[in-house]
Design a protein around this ligand. Structure first.
Ligand SMILES: *[C@@H]1O[C@H](CO)[C@@H](O)[C@H](O)[C@H]1NC(C)=O
Ligand SMILES: *[C@@H]1O[C@H](CO)[C@@H](O)[C@H](O)[C@H]1NC(C)=O
Length: 314
C-alpha cells in the first residue's frame, strides 16, 4: 500500500496485507530550541526548549489534517554562551505553558512547492497560529524538486513562514555512511526518486536581503507586526535542511534574530532551531476530526486570511 506523507513530495510504501480502513496516521517528533543571549550584563544565556508531537492524517490528496499532542516547554538559565552546545540545566527549570501548543485540529494545504495555506479554528490566538506556522513550515520544501538529478544547486524565490525570499537550494544525494535504523514497516519515496541505502540532503540558504517581504519573527513572539512597537527585530540568518533516507525524514530550520528594545537599549540575539522528525506511520483509529469553526489562514506570520490585503492594511 502506498500512502502520501507530504503531498507532492513524500510518499511511503507500506508492507501491509490489507489497506487500512481509516488510512494512515503520521507522528512527527517536534523540537524547538531557543537561546537568548543579551549583549550586556550577561552571566549566561536563557534557553527555551519545546518538545511536542505533531500527528497528521492525509485528507484528500493535497491536505493533511493535524493536531499537536504532549507539548512540554521549559526554560532555564545556563552559563554557556554557545547556542549549539546541548546543555543540561544546572539550576531551576521553569515550565512554560504559554509555549505549549493546544491540541485543536487544523489542516495544512499543499501545492507543488510546499505549504499553500492553513485551515484553523477562527478563534485561534494569533500568537498560537504563528507558533503552529513556524513548526509546520518544516513540512514545506519551497520549490518543485520533481525529477532533480544528483548534486545540484539552484536559486528560486521561496515562500516560507517568515516571508518570500530568494533562496539557494543545494541538493546532494549520497550513500548513507552509517547504518540505518532497524527496518520499519515502510519505505519512504520522495518525488525525485531515491535508491535504497541512499540519502538526500536538501539545504536551503535564504538570502534575507532579497525578499519580497519578510517578518523578523521569533518563536512565541506576541508582537503584532502591524502595530507600533518599541522593539526592533531583524532576522540575519535562516537556513533550512531536510534529510531523507528510505526510513527517515528530518526537516529543520536555524534562525538568528536580533531584537533591540529601544527604550532600554538592550540588544538580544536569539538563536532558534526547529526540527521535525517522522517517528511512525500507523493505522489511524478513525477519520480525522473536522476543524471547528474553520477559517482559512495564510502560511505567513502575522497575517490572517489569505489574499485579504485590506485586513492587513488596517
Ligand atoms: C534541543 O536541545 C536538546 C537538549 O540540549 C538536544 O538534545 C536537541 O538535539 C536539540 N534540538 C535541536 C533541534 O536543536
Ligand atoms: C508566494 O505567495 C504569494 C501569496 O500567496 C504568491 O502571490 C506568490 O506567487 C508566491 N511565490 C512563490 C515563489 O511561490
Amino acid at each position: 500500500m502506498n500512502v502520501v506523507v507530504i503531498p507532492f513530495f513524500l510518499a511511503a510504501h507500506l508492507t501491509v496485507d490489507e489497506p487500512w480502513e481509516h488510512g494512515p496516521e503520521y507522528t512527527f517528533q517536534v523540537q524547538v530550541n531557543c537561546t537568548a543571549i543579551p549583549e550586556e550584563g550577561i552571566y549566561g544565556s536563557v534557553r527555551l526548549n519545546l518538545v511536542s508531537k505533531l500527528i497528521c492524517q492525509p485528507k484528500g490528496s493535497h491536505m493533511l489534517s493535524c493536531h499537536f499532542e504532549d507539548s512540554k516547554a521549559n526554560s532555564f538559565v545556563v552559563d554557556s554562551l554557545d547556542p549549539s552546545e546541548p546543555v543540561v540545566p544546572a539550576g531551576l527549570v521553569n515550565r512554560q505553558p504559554a509555549y505549549e501548543i493546544n491540541e485543536d485540529q487544523f489542516e495544512i494545504k499543499f501545492n507543488k512547492r510546499g505549504l499553500d495555506s492553513l485551515v484553523v479554528n477562527e478563534n485561534i490566538q494569533p500568537r498560537e497560529l504563528d507558533m503552529i506556522r513556524m513548526i509546520v513550515g518544516q513540512l514545506s520544501v519551497g520549490a518543485v524538486l520533481e525529477g532533480v538529478g544528483n548534486d545540484i544547486i539552484f536559486d528560486a524565490m521561496e515562500n516560507f513562514t517568515q516571508g518570500e525570499c530568494y533562496t539557494t537550494f543545494k541538493i546532494d544525494k549520497k550513500l548513507v555512511g552509517r547504518p540505518l535504523y532497524a527496518k520499519p514497516s515502510y519505505a519512504l519515496r520522495p518525488v525525485f526518486g531515491l535508491k535504497d541505502g541512499k540519502l538526500v540532503q536538501i539545504r536551503k540558504i535564504r538570502n534575507l536581503h532579497m525578499c519580497a517581504h519578510k517578518v523578523p519573527y521569533f518563536f512565541g513572539n506576541a508582537e503584532s507586526f502591524r502595530e507600533e512597537s518599541d522593539i526592533i527585530s531583524d532576522i540575519s540568518l535562516s537556513d533550512g535542511h531536510i534529510i531523507i533516507t528510505s526510513t527517515e525524514f528530518i526537516s529543520g530550520t536555524s534562525n538568528v534574530i536580533t531584537t533591540n528594545k529601544i527604550t532600554e537599549t538592550v540588544i538580544t540575539t536569539l538563536y532558534e532551531n526547529v526540527r521535525l522528525r517522522l517517528e511512525s506511520i500507523q493505522a489511524a483509529k478513525s477519520e480525522p476530526l473536522a476543524v471547528k469553526e474553520a477559517e482559512p489562514a495564510s502560511i505567513f506570520i502575522g497575517r490572517w486570511l489569505i489574499d485579504d490585503s485590506s485586513e492587513e492594511d488596517n
